[in-house]
Design a protein around this ligand. Structure first.
Ligand code: GLN
Length: 323
């Protein structure tokens, strides 16, 4: 990068860090409260239906290591599909561009657990944030990691700088007991020759990743490496190249909130990944990351209040990539 580009990048990061975060987050919390009772808990995973539904927290992490946060920002919740960002990052690191022979980079208008396209498109999932895509990524990882479940927890602990991150075994067992669609997707991909490991082992490792618990503060910190050209802030490890980090962000923007991704680009303008635990992680390349959590979901599995709050913050502070 040339000197001028580096300077404008540093200025952007400094501007972001100096925004009046206290006020911005208070306003977003207050204004998003209008939809605090909208949506439903993810009851298809019974343990998630037992979460107190009115919780809400926000954490913003900036590249200089500061955190700004409000409300339930330190309460751990089930990260669910936000784990797909970290699974993908591990697999991309390991396989490089050859990963894309097994999973594509295309958006989908079908729900995250749909199998329709998978059969029509010969067992190659549209993208790594759909369940079949994340299962194929997990399968690829299991070929290289004997202890993938511990590798995932270790990665999140390292990136968040927080030794307390762990699995919730109740959520894990709860999802595994109703994992028929995961098994169906995996077997379908196996029948098309796009699967290498024992299906039940891959499904277990996938459910375990989804059952990791972390708080908004921890997830905002963990996501910072994607805003920082692939390099971890905690410890400084280069997890992905800058080019790879850029591509993970592009996928988050175009596919990270499923059928809503086009609207996410339109209304929020940031790479965003949601999970059915109610968490939403947004990356601001070169600036920082934001994690918002509130458990009630819309019909697509995105948190109603967290998405609303993210939209309010993005618009109030002019954060869209396209601004
Ligand atoms: N574990 C969930 C599932 O596979 C994750 C889905 C999500 O968070 N969108 O159904």
């Amino acid at each position: 990068m040339g000197d001028a580009a580096q300077q404008s990048r540093s200025a952007r990061a400094a501007y972001f860090a100096a925004l009046p975060w206290g006020q911005i987050l208070e306003d977003a919390a207050q204004l998003s409260a209008v939809c605090r009772h909208d949506g439903q808990l993810a009851d298809y995973i019974p343990a998630l239906a037992r979460v107190a539904p009115d919780q809400f927290g926000i954490a913003v992490a900036t590249l200089d290591g500061s955190i700004h946060s409000v409300e339930d920002c330190a309460t751990r919740f089930s990260i669910q599909s936000i784990s797909k960002v970290f699974l993908l990052s591990l697999a991309y690191r390991s396989y490089g561009e050859s990963l894309w022979e097994r999973v594509r980079q295309a958006p989908s208008t079908n729900p995250f657990n749909s199998l329709i396209e998978l059969e029509l498109e010969r067992g190659i999932p549209r993208n790594p944030f759909l369940n079949p895509g994340a299962l194929v990524v997990t399968d690829a990882l299991l070929s290289r990691h004997t202890h993938l479940e511990s590798a995932m927890v270790a990665l999140l602990r390292e990136l968040a700088g927080s030794a307390g991150i762990n699995y919730d075994s109740e959520v894990f067992n709860s999802e595994l007991r109703c994992a028929s669609r995961h098994f169906a997707a995996a077997h379908l991909m196996q029948s098309h020759g796009n699967f290498s490991n024992v299906v039940s082992e891959v499904v277990r490792a996938y459910c375990a990743s989804c059952a990791i618990e972390a708080s908004c503060v921890e997830l905002a910190r963990a996501g910072l490496f994607l805003a920082n050209g692939g390099r971890a802030i905690e410890g400084g490890r280069q997890l992905l190249s800058a080019h790879e980090a850029q591509r993970v962000c592009a996928l988050m923007l175009t596919t990270g909130t499923y059928e809503y991704s086009g609207m996410t680009a339109f209304a929020i303008g940031l790479p965003t990944k949601s999970g059915v635990g109610g968490g939403v992680l947004a990356i601001l390349p070169g600036r920082g990351s934001i994690c918002i959590w509130s458990p009630r979901l819309d019909a697509r599995g995105n948190s109603v209040r967290a998405m609303k709050a993210l939209e309010l913050i993005s618009n109030a502070a002019g954060l869209s990539l396209f601004a």
